[in-house]
Design a protein around this ligand. Structure first.
Ligand SMILES: Nc1nc2c(ncn2[C@@H]2O[C@H](COP(=O)(O)OP(=O)(O)OP(=O)(O)O)[C@@H](O)[C@H]2O)c(=O)[nH]1
Ligand SMILES: C[S@@+](CC[C@H](N)C(=O)[O-])C[C@H]1O[C@@H](n2cnc3c(N)ncnc32)[C@H](O)[C@@H]1O
Ligand code: SF4
Ligand code: SF4
Length: 315
């Protein structure tokens, strides 16, 4: 669930250069509305919820939403994906409110490269945010690294080495063509296979990690010998995982998206604001689930990528 389209960074692969018009406050779902939608999801078997954005930690009172979702006993996994800039001061309160864990996005550990990617000089704050998350027990802490050729490929092995000393899961995400007027170009995307080769050339072979269970995310997971943490690969381009994809997305302005790579959306906000009750919300979920692509071909026929920016969909 994207809880806001606003963000305190400007990652070049996510937000267009000219910026984006932000949604008005009335257009964004309230916490009560989001909670009602999650309750409908629970009735359809949803057990895992991710709070994302934009940047979820810039929305006022986010702990309130965390608390109301974590109070639902059916939710077995409540995670947040954040850029980590505000995490250091908020990690303990988020934990107290009931958040289970965080995924923190960090594409470079070098301040100058970080600024080139995000347009802001906040590398140190993000590193402190990761430490605070570990300290607060928002674990397992996962670090999301979008792999971009010529930008951060020289740091892949350094990211992998982080897993030796810290119980973190470093995940390399293939750069996706999401949103209009972005900088995506085929020669800037690096496949998971290539990333793995780069890492193994420097650090030796990795071994596959056994799956945890049905709440696993889409990453293929490995570890280095003696490491405390794991290395994951999210093959968003080179190996679609549609046949096992069980995710629905909710945009900040209340649209349910059955698939990241399709601009098909179901307007749940209108349903709620025209007086719809639980059975109307149930109908939205049934429709969204029925519209999920069954496999690679059906997703492909929608064309890879989509027009909406990642900051408005949530990732
Ligand atoms: N194409 C595609 N990409 C996905 C999908 N799920 C996740 N991704 C990509 O992987 C990125 C990281 O995902 P996160 O939202 O941090 O979490 P996750 O890896 O899905 O879940 P966990 O491992 O459970 O934490 C997303 O921002 C997307 O870019 C999916 O269903 N399809
Ligand atoms: C849209 S952000 C929202 C949450 C938060 N602001 C953050 O950056 O973690 C969610 C995830 O999407 C990833 N992402 C955004 N644009 C992407 C793209 N074009 N290709 C691959 N991943 C992308 C980000 O790196 C981040 O891990
Ligand atoms: S990836 Fe996250 S931090 Fe970067 S611009 Fe998009 S929403 Fe903001
Ligand atoms: S169905 Fe859509 S969101 Fe799910 S894996 Fe396939 S392309 Fe990604």
């Amino acid at each position: 669930m994207s809880v806001t389209d606003r963000c305190n960074l400007r990652c070049f692969y996510c937000v267009p250069e000219e910026g984006l018009p932000f949604l008005g406050h009335k257009d964004v779902l309230s916490y009560e509305e989001i909670t009602a939608i999650v309750q409908a999801g629970v009735r359809h078997g949803i057990q895992k919820v991710r709070i994302t954005g934009g940047e979820p930690l810039v929305r006022k009172g986010i702990e309130e939403l965390v608390a109301s979702i974590s109070a639902l006993p059916e939710i077995k996994d409540l995670a947040m994906t954040t850029n980590g800039v505000r995490l250091a001061s908020m990690a303990h309160d988020l934990k107290k409110a009931g958040l289970h864990r965080v995924n923190v996005s960090l594409d470079s550990m070098k301040p100058e490269v970080f600024e080139k990617i995000t347009g802001r000089n906040h590398c140190q704050e993000v590193k402190e945010g990761i430490e605070a998350a570990l300290d607060a027990g928002l674990t397992p802490v996962k670090i999301n690294v979008v792999a971009v050729a010529g930008v951060n490929d020289s740091e892949f092995a350094d990211f992998a080495k982080l897993t030796m000393d810290k119980p973190v899961s470093v995940r390399f995400i293939e750069y996706m063509p999401i949103g209009k007027n972005m900088h995506w170009a085929e020669d800037r995307s690096i496949s998971s296979r290539e990333i793995r080769e780069i890492i193994e050339k420097q650090l030796g072979p990795m071994t596959p990690v056994t799956e945890h269970g049905p709440l696993d995310g889409p990453a293929r997971r490995f570890s280095l010998p003696g490491a405390q943490g794991e290395i994951g690969f999210i093959n968003a381009i080179s190996g679609h995982f549609c046949s096992t994809c069980n995710r629905l997305r909710l945009t900040a302005d209340g649209k349910v998206r059955p698939c990241l790579f399709s601009d098909k959306e179901i307007d749940v906000r209108s349903v709620l604001r025209s007086g719809g009750g639980p059975s109307d919300l149930d109908a939205v979920f049934a429709q969204a689930i029925a519209q999920k692509p069954r496999g690679l071909d059906s997703a492909k026929s929608e064309k890879p990528g989509c027009d909406r920016s990642m900051s408005s969909i949530g990732g």
